[in-house]
Design a protein around this ligand. Structure first.
Ligand SMILES: [Zn+2]
Length: 608
């Protein structure tokens, strides 16, 4: 930094002003004194700590393993201490101490209590009793997410060696979090905190209990003791934090709750019910009598026959006060539908329509894909495909967000070529119906039966069209009605947001040359990322727009029809902008906003 100032900033200053050496020297000294706290890494971190914006991760030993160590050119087979990195959950305190966050959250919680529809997790049948049971307590729920990811080259010869496991946490009612289309906004990532990071191999070797022990201790502490806040005169007292849901993809959930990880080698692989493989292949709906509960869980555990029961050993999370596997572990819409069922079904539909029936060819399809305007979903645009690859594989090769986009828009892209009564087009309509209902942001109790019907019809049509059997992810969808009834809309706790957070850590790992203590490096880098937020002491404003300087009279003249329709007070709430960015979505003239759940759509271009 000093070098940059001396070599570039000072000469430019001198060149741009009167070459007064004394003034230039004074300018240089002033600038350098401003940066004196950043002249070394030690000083920089001290500044952040004194500023109370940097929460340092701490290491904890989780076991000893034997490994080859190279010291001064000599390799020895020695004991190596394995450590995991943890972030103290006082990070919760920092998050809710940001400007207006606690105040807006308490107000938001109060508003949610009075609504009948479920549009937030706290209104779900699972959580609402807590609000009624302890009306005087303020309990803020949070979700815990776990997953492994590769920090090195996933396709390289050393893949797996640098795989790490990360545990994150986010708050479903921190503030009204907004998501347009299928993209995840940057501000959503700011609202997630890293809780722990460790080598994936260490979790396998030393067990979930060792890794989760410090986290479970803090989870129980926050539930029973809470954190004291003083934002007088608005609020002074204790806020309690309770884990709302445990989230992961299906493999991650099986790993943490110690269920069998291989679905194909297990007779009863479903974590919701005890239906066996043969019945599961043909059953289009769940059977209530077969659902798992803690009573039959302990019975199956006692049998100690994992290949048959699906249960390997006691779940480590049961040390969390009041935890119950079948109430606290949620469905994973992103992997079940967009990384699973959607990919299988779309592949079968495209192969049938292109190769078997030749309604259109792959070039036409790719051209249409290329030219189609995906609007706010442009960042999730599906990539071009080849018929050879489609034929060879069982599923389409797309990102999960691309699959969601394709299900959403396939009818508009190639619908004109396909007879409406084609069996595979009917299959598409069933997939579309499931996508539509499962991606709703709010649910009333009457809609649960519609979910059941939509999933059942999709599974039946898939069996009829393909003459195949139902893979595990088709079966998992049959449990969505009761899971949505319990936890609310699955989009509210979709793991897609955490996947985006994974990408952030992967990017941090890619720019780090060191692989010596990769978990510590990543934990520290992540905390530096949060340091920026805590130093500012507030979240970024999600709305960005450049307002035009139109006067009230001009606005009234130009937009009279809009003002009349929406009954706007132009002196208070009407502004004109060429375009605006709300979270990660850009709205400009020509953008069409479709409100799927209401009989309305809004076209921005009608307001010239
Ligand atoms: Zn099941």
């Amino acid at each position: 930094m000093k070098q940059i100032i001396t070599d570039y900033v000072i000469p430019q200053f001198v060149a741009a002003t009167d070459p007064n050496i004394a003034a230039a020297n004074e300018f240089e000294q002033n600038i350098l004194s401003e940066f004196s706290s950043f002249t070394s890494e030690f000083k920089t971190f001290n500044l952040f700590k004194n500023n109370d914006s940097f929460i340092e991760p701490y290491s904890k030993s989780i076991g000893i393993r034997k490994d080859f160590i190279k010291k001064k050119g000599i390799r020895t087979f020695s004991n190596v201490e394995c450590k995991a990195q943890y972030i103290p959950l006082k990070v919760f305190f920092k998050m809710f101490s940001l400007q207006n966050v606690l105040k807006s959250t308490i107000s938001y919680l109060s508003k949610l209590k009075s609504q009948n529809v479920v549009e937030n997790f706290v209104q779900s049948a699972f959580w609402r009793p807590k609000l009624n049971q302890f009306p005087e307590k303020i309990i803020i729920p949070y979700f815990i997410f776990f997953d492994d990811f590769e920090t090195g080259n996933a396709l390289g010869s050393r893949s797996g060696i640098h795989k790490v496991g990360a545990i994150y946490c986010n708050f479903p009612c921190l503030a009204v979090d907004f998501k347009w289309g299928t993209s995840v906004s940057q501000s959503s990532l700011d609202k997630m905190v890293l809780v722990a990071i460790f080598h994936a191999a260490d979790r396998v070797e030393f067990g979930n209990e060792k890794i989760l022990e410090p986290i479970i201790h803090e989870i129980n502490y926050l539930k029973n003791n809470g954190i004291h806040f003083d934002i007088s005169p608005f609020f002074k007292g204790t806020i309690f934090f309770e884990m709302g849901l445990f989230l992961s993809d299906n493999l991650g959930i099986s790993q943490i709750i110690s269920f069998q990880e291989s679905f194909s080698k297990t007779l009863r692989c479903c974590r919701y019910c005890r239906m066996d493989k043969n019945d599961r292949h043909k059953a289009c709906a769940a059977k209530i009598t077969l659902l798992r509960n803690m009573t039959n869980y302990y019975e199956d555990l006692a049998l100690n026959r994992p290949e048959e029961t699906g249960i390997k050993k006691l779940c480590a999370l049961l040390k969390i006060d009041g935890f119950d596997i079948f109430n606290w572990v949620a469905v994973d819409l992103f992997h079940d539908l967009y990384q699973g069922v959607g990919k299988y079904v779309l592949r079968d539909i495209l192969v049938n329509l292109i190769k078997t029936k030749s309604y259109f060819n792959i070039t036409t399809f790719n051209d249409r894909l290329q030219e189609f305007d995906f609007g706010p979903d442009s960042s999730s645009k599906p990539v071009a495909m080849t018929i050879e690859k489609l034929t060879r594989t069982r599923m389409i090769k797309q990102e999960g967000s691309g699959v969601a986009c394709l299900i959403q828009y396939l009818g508009l892209i190639i619908g004109e070529f396909v007879p409406i009564d084609d069996p595979f087009w009917i299959l598409y309509s069933k997939l579309y119906a499931v996508h539509q209902i499962l991606s709703r942001k709010s649910f009333s109790s009457g809609l649960i039966d519609s979910v059941r019907t939509a999933v059942e019809e999709l599974n039946e049509t898939y069996l009829e069209c393909t003459k195949s059997h139902l893979l595990p992810k088709f079966h998992f969808l049959t449990h969505y009605p009761e899971q949505i009834g319990k936890h609310g809309p699955p989009i509210l706790y979709s793991t897609i947001r955490f996947e985006a957070k994974h990408r952030l850590l992967k990017n941090m790992s890619n720019v780090s040359a060191s692989r010596i203590n990769v978990t510590y490096t990543l934990a520290k880098k992540h905390q530096l990322y949060l340091n920026k937020l805590f130093a500012k002491r507030q979240f970024d404003d999600p709305l960005h727009c450049q307002l035009l300087n139109d006067s009230v009279d001009e606005i009234t003249t130009k937009y009279q029809d809009v003002i009349d329709t929406l009954q706007i007070d132009v002196t208070q709430s009407c502004h004109v902008a060429k375009h605006m960015t709300f979270y990660s979505s850009i709205f400009k003239r020509g953008t069409v906003i479709v409100a799927f759940h209401y009989p309305k759509y809004f076209e921005v271009s009608i307001w010239p």
